[in-house]
Design a protein around this ligand. Structure first.
Ligand code: SAH
Ligand code: SF4
Length: 360
């Protein structure tokens, strides 16, 4: 008889557990701890899709494990493959919520990067972001965060070697679970700190805390504007965490970690793409060890409307973007890149997550 999802809910999920957690689980079964290492290796290194594939466990052990445990807590609902080979995944959470993750091919490195979610929805509510439009649903557990990477590896049987926290949610508003997940990504999934990027809208207490952990991950800041007023419109949480204090926290992060920071700047026509803004931005970041990543705005449905009901959020022309880049580069002396779009045909590009699936 097929088990219902409700019956499965009462089971223990294995994928995304640390080796220690697996040991304490199987100790309850009165199994020796080496079996936890075998299970750990099947989950993290061999990308198995079912407990039956754990062939170095006896059939009796596998049956017992299947009776009491489930492999994955994320259920694949939908998968879309873009023309550029980007894959977008929609997962069901055990409580019926949904989240998305994206796998991108990094041509320069001939490897794959996972863009993962840290929350279902997001409370920050940036007007240009599809996730922000959903509102906040809930924080994800570390196991749910890590299982997104494992789920992509299970599906493709290919190793993920890079992780970015740039999917749904504000990672620093789910600090403890995100930190546990980072440690699991390093220790169990086997991805080094330098291949992990955490992007935040600027939650200052979280940045300070993270600085003190002295992790070697890359911190990316969604700056988007060089002045308080524009930033308050684009990143509403900056009313609480203002620009001056944010900049101070970034200097602190560098002092503690010696890691160069990435500043993300979504390019919006006539809002933050003027030459004046490029000049203001280069003044603001003077003395900060950073590089700037310009992100051409990816249109989303239901984006912010002006009273005339036409969308006021537009992507600038390529000419304007290149001009902004040139001025910023020249004045600041910093490296400025323009983010390449991936998966735009399946709404898997930056900020588009939740676009297509919200009505499911
Ligand atoms: N909440 C975190 C991480 C997720 S968003 C943060 O805001 O940093 C990842 C990046 O995508 C952020 O820099 C965000 O500002 C950007 N982004 C969101 N919506 C976008 C859109 N419609 N077009 C381009 N970039 C967008
Ligand atoms: Fe949340 Fe980031 Fe989207 Fe802003 S850009 S609403 S912080 S996910």
């Amino acid at each position: 008889m097929l088990e219902t999802r409700q019956q499965k809910l009462n089971k223990q999920y294995l994928s995304g557990l640390s080796e220690d957690e697996l040991i304490s689980l199987i100790t309850k079964f009165q199994w020796p701890s080496f079996k936890a290492r075998q299970i750990h290796s099947w989950i993290y290194k061999k990308y198995i899709s079912s407990i039956d594939e754990m062939t170095d466990l006896s059939i009796k052990d596998r049956n017992f494990l299947s009776e009491h445990c489930e492999l994955s807590l994320l259920e694949l609902v939908q998968k879309q493959v873009s023309q550029d080979k980007t894959i977008k995944y929609l997962w069901n959470l055990t409580d019926g919520g949904k989240i998305e993750s994206v796998r991108m091919f990094l041509e320069d490195h001939d490897s794959y990067s996972a863009c993962i979610s840290s929350q279902a929805g997001c409370a920050v509510g940036c007007p240009f972001c599809a996730t922000g439009k959903m509102g906040f649903k809930r924080n994800l557990k570390a196991q749910e965060i890590v299982d997104q990477i494992l789920g992509m590896q299970r599906d493709t049987k290919e190793r993920i070697s890079n992780v970015v926290f740039m999917g749904q949610g504000e990672p620093l508003l789910n600090y403890d679970e995100v930190l546990t997940a980072i440690n699991l990504i390093k220790g169990s999934v086997g991805i080094g700190s330098r291949h992990i990027t955490l992007s935040t809208s600027g939650i200052i207490p979280g940045i300070k805390k993270l600085s003190d952990e002295k992790l070697q991950i890359t911190l990316a800041i969604s700056l988007h504007a060089p002045d308080q007023k524009t930033r308050e419109f684009l990143v509403p949480v900056s009313k609480q965490y203002n620009l001056n204090e944010l900049m101070e926290s970034l200097h602190y992060y560098y002092r503690k970690t010696k890691r160069r920071i990435t500043l993300e700047y979504v390019m919006l026509d006539k809002i933050n793409d003027q030459i004046e803004k490029a000049k203001e931005l280069s003044d603001l970041i003077k003395g900060l060890h950073c590089h700037i990543n310009l992100i051409p705005y990816n249109p989303i449905e239901h984006s912010f409307k002006d009273p005339g009901n036409s969308s006021i959020l537009q992507r600038p022309s390529n000419g304007k973007i290149y001009n902004f880049k040139a001025i910023l580069e020249k004045r600041s002396g910093k490296k400025v890149t323009i983010r390449r779009e991936r998966g735009i045909d399946i709404a898997a590009a930056c900020g588009q997550l939740a676009n297509l699936f919200t009505n499911l």
